[in-house]
Design a binder for this molecule. Structure first.
Ligand code: FES
Ligand code: FES
Length: 163
């Protein structure tokens, strides 16, 4: 009779560090990040792919980590909001959100910033329509989106370096 695993041992890279985690077979990437690695910057909103609060970069692509099985990420490179600031300095995208007043309660902010990161990596000078399209999967209950779009467009128009 096949053995049923109650724990998976997985190895991947998170924010540039090689990590290994033990998770239940059905654990999502979000579970692995928040529960196993205590990277709680990535938020659990809806848990079903609707709000974008859980957005992270998986091999450079923005994904809803609540919809990705941790087991699918073995060997992958993951970047979370905790991976953006460096040497005590906010990433340019984080700073733009602060400068433009694009953060109220902050719950959506990590996901918004990761989605913006993916957008700017693909298209360093997005139009407002491009920005709206890129962020359409990320919901914000506070800001009305205007200041978030201003933050994204300030990076595009100002040509601020981002990595
Ligand atoms: S928590 Fe993943 S999309 Fe809402
Ligand atoms: S700042 Fe509160 S949900 Fe966006």
């Amino acid at each position: 009779m096949p053995q049923v695993l109650d724990t998976l041992d997985l190895a991947f890279e998170v924010n540039g560090d090689a990590v290994s985690v033990k998770v239940p077979p059905g654990a999502t990437l979000l579970d692995a990040l928040r529960d196993a690695l205590e990277l709680t910057g990535t938020k659990l909103g809806c848990g079903e792919g609707e709000c974008g609060a859980c957005s992270v970069l998986l091999d450079g692509r923005v994904v809803n980590s609540c919809l990705v099985l941790a087991a699918e990420c073995a060997g992958a490179k993951i970047v979370t909001i905790e991976g953006l600031a460096a040497n005590g300095k906010l990433h340019a995208i984080q700073q733009a959100f602060v400068d433009q007043g694009a953060i109220q309660c902050g719950f959506c902010t990590p996901g918004m910033i990761m989605a913006t990161h993916a957008l700017l990596a693909d298209n360093p000078t997005p139009s407002e329509a491009d920005a709206k399209r890129a962020l359409e999967g990320n919901l914000c209950r506070c800001t009305g989106y205007r200041k978030i779009l201003d933050a994204v467009l300030s990076l595009a128009n100002g040509g601020v370096a981002h990595d």
